[in-house]
Design a protein around this ligand. Structure first.
Ligand code: FE2
Ligand code: FE2
Length: 232
């Protein structure tokens, strides 16, 4: 993402630490009703995550969430690139697809930060087993990539709405983690070179997870804003 977009996103996620502002920002899409296809796929996606990693938020569950969370953005980017190949002459559609592509590139970098930092935490706490936390998410990511690619080609709306459901789930899981483990998180320092490289300096895990929670809320809302921008 470019410097300006990065600064705007960072300013927004810091602002969203304010509970009143966050509630107001969330309210715009809290009651959004995705269509049946996205709801069904979302149910399967969130349900299988709960089955393998449990209902309660945990570092190892977050690591798996973050491996998966990057996928739709990469998949959309490849899908928009494919679609643009056949749509050079339709300027309106080209603008719309390029906008989604910009969002997906920004979000990919952001999700990469999440997964790298969580992988570091899991490595330190030794909470990353080979099957449950490496092999399953990697294999799942492969199939998910192509599922989303095909879904995006068939119904861009369903692909974005499915992402809304997934990001909404991630947002609430991080919020629950902050509420339940807040005190411990405030006393836990963060060690990650990638965070500094990215341009973030949280003083402890509480501040880290606050920012990640806010990132997910931005991703959630933006998935639907992209759709509505198309309608508008
Ligand atoms: Fe994330
Ligand atoms: Fe996200």
């Amino acid at each position: 993402m470019n410097e300006e977009q990065f600064k705007a996103h960072e300013a927004l996620v810091k602002e969203l630490n304010d509970p009143a502002l966050r509630a107001e920002y969330a309210r715009a899409y809290d009651n959004y009703k995705p269509g049946i296809v996205a709801r069904l796929l979302g149910y399967l996606l969130v349900g299988s995550g709960t089955l393998v990693y449990g209902k309660k938020p945990s570092y190892s569950k977050f690591k798996a969430i973050e491996v998966i969370a990057r996928i739709p953005y990469q998949s959309w980017e490849v899908a928009t690139y494919t679609l643009l190949t056949g749509l050079y002459s339709n300027e309106k559609r080209a603008i719309e697809l390029t906008k989604t592509s910009t969002f997906s590139r920004e979000a990919q970098d952001n999700e990469t930060l999440h997964v790298v930092v969580l992988a570091q935490i899991c490595k330190r706490l030794k909470c990353d087993g080979f099957f449950r936390h490496f092999l399953i998410p990697i294999l799942f990511a492969f199939f998910y990539f192509w599922t989303i690619y095909i879904l995006y080609m068939l119904s861009r709306r369903s692909a974005l709405e499915l992402n809304y459901i997934f990001e909404n789930h991630a947002y609430h899981q991080y919020q629950q983690f902050l509420v339940e483990d807040g005190e411990r998180l405030r006393d836990t320092p963060v060690y990650s070179e990638f965070l500094t490289f990215y341009g973030r300096n949280p003083r402890n895990e509480y501040e880290l997870f606050e920012l990640i929670r806010n990132d997910e809320l931005v991703h959630r809302n933006r998935s639907i804003r992209e759709l509505q921008a198309k309608k508008g």
